[in-house]
Design a protein around this ligand. Structure first.
Ligand code: AMP
Ligand code: MG
Length: 319
């Protein structure tokens, strides 16, 4: 069996320099021993990931990070008290133990403690961190179930730990602590409002506006994309160009009156942005497989996880 919950098997594969699919609360990861440059090189190869796009390393404790020479500055430690394990990634100074291939040659490294019981158990057994990007071909929609990973990378992976559907469903929020003021590098599964509340001050969001920013390598304007054309807006604006059965819709809470119901994905009838985030990527995948020509997605409220949902949809809509 290639899918299962055998942590010992995952551990021995990772120790031997093999890759393993792992569940997290954000999305599924494609994991390798971060200290093993050859194992990490396989991640780039299997995902067809550009070499300039650095990886996040995952472990189960801040103490272990310190033992490897990776230290969180005070503001990061404060956030870690509230949000780790959780969907928050800290970009901090790299240590010599981390091979350059992990950080794409940068002096900084991105670290996270994921909040998933199976993966935390695995990480506790390891004396190395796991480098793990999302377990999908570069540029495509991130996987939120083990089945998603199996469908796309199954032929290239010896094992996928199956931890069920991801609780959050969006990639982590990334903050850089390299300069004095914390900088948001990627909107994600932890709302910025929550972070600012704990810090008691605003964080720098200017990096999000400039996609060519060297501080956020890999945050390209086109990303997280289905194969079908995706637009953000109202279904009725596209009915002159497409027949109703040629369109799929991703709606926040309510169906529209124009499309067949089987072409409509309602992410949260109760208007809950956390629920909508959980279902977003799976809905995009199913919509992408329908016999349609266009996917129309709603504009989501710009608060809470709506901010990251809109970010992903905008990148998916970029051609
Ligand atoms: P993924 O693993 O696909 O979720 O993407 C990880 C993202 O983390 C990259 O695309 C970068 O934007 C960001 N990242 C990782 N390492 C660093 C770093 N050292 N400095 C800045 N951003 C980073
Ligand atoms: Mg990714």
């Amino acid at each position: 069996m290639q899918l299962g919950t055998d942590i010992q098997r995952a551990k021995s594969l990772l120790q031997r320099g093999e890759l393993v699919g792992i569940p997290t609360e954000t999305v599924y990861g494609l994991a390798a021993n971060a200290f093993d440059g050859n194992a990490v090189a396989k991640i780039y190869e299997i995902k067809n990931r550009p070499q300039f796009n650095p990886l996040i390393i995952h472990t189960n404790s801040i103490q272990k990070l310190a033992g490897w020479g990776i230290h969180l500055p005070a503001q990061a430690l404060l956030l870690a008290k509230h949000f780790s394990p959780g969907p928050l990634t800290y970009v901090v100074e790299k240590s010599a133990l981390i091979p350059d291939i992990v950080t794409a040659g940068h002096d900084s490294v991105a670290v996270r403690i994921p909040n998933h019981s199976l993966t935390l158990e695995l990480l506790a057994l390891l004396d190395f961190p796991l480098a793990a990007p999302s377990a999908n071909p570069s540029g495509y929609i991130s996987p939120t179930t083990a089945q998603h990973v199996f469908e796309q990378l199954g032929s290239k992976l010896p094992y996928i730990l199956d931890g069920g559907a991801c609780n959050i469903g969006l990639e982590s929020t990334i903050i850089s602590f390299i300069s004095d003021m914390p900088k948001l590098l990627r909107a994600g599964g932890l709302p910025v409002e929550d972070i600012e509340q704990v810090l008691g001050s605003a964080i720098d969001k200017t990096s999000l506006i400039n996609n060519e920013n060297p501080l956020s390598p890999g945050m390209t304007s086109k990303h997280y994309s289905p194969t079908k054309k995706l637009v953000i807006g109202l279904v009725q604006d596209y009915l002159d160009t497409y027949k109703p059965n040629e369109i799929a819709a991703i709606h926040y809470a309510e169906a529209d009156a124009y499309l067949p119901l089987q072409n409509q994905f309602i992410l949260s009838p109760e208007h809950n942005l956390n629920r909508a985030a959980q279902h977003l990527f799976a809905a995009m995948r199913v919509a992408d497989k329908l016999d349609v020509k266009l996917i129309v997605a709603d504009n989501f409220p710009q608060n809470g996880l709506g901010f990251a949902i809109n970010d992903r949809l905008k990148r998916a809509a970029t051609t």
